[in-house]
Design a protein around this ligand. Sequence first.
Ligand code: SF4
Length: 79
Amino acid sequence: MRIRLDRTICDGFGTCAKHAPEYFSLDDWDYASLIGNGEVPPEDRDQVMRALMDCPAHAITEMSDVRAGDGAGPGPAAP
Ligand code: SF4
């Protein structure tokens, strides 16, 4: 899976770094940064999904599967 962190909506709760410290680092104000390129191997999926679901600001999103109609991707162009 691949994840993405939108720092513009991160509210600095620090929950993500508690669940998955290998993937999220916090700055002096507890705002998160993604460590690495967002690629998450299957063995780390659970901890990262926990971080994703517990983020109160919903700043972390999963990029691995593009679902139609969820607004996550550009989707097919209308004719
Ligand atoms: S859990 Fe969400 S709001 Fe909190 S630091 Fe992480 S990305 Fe930001």
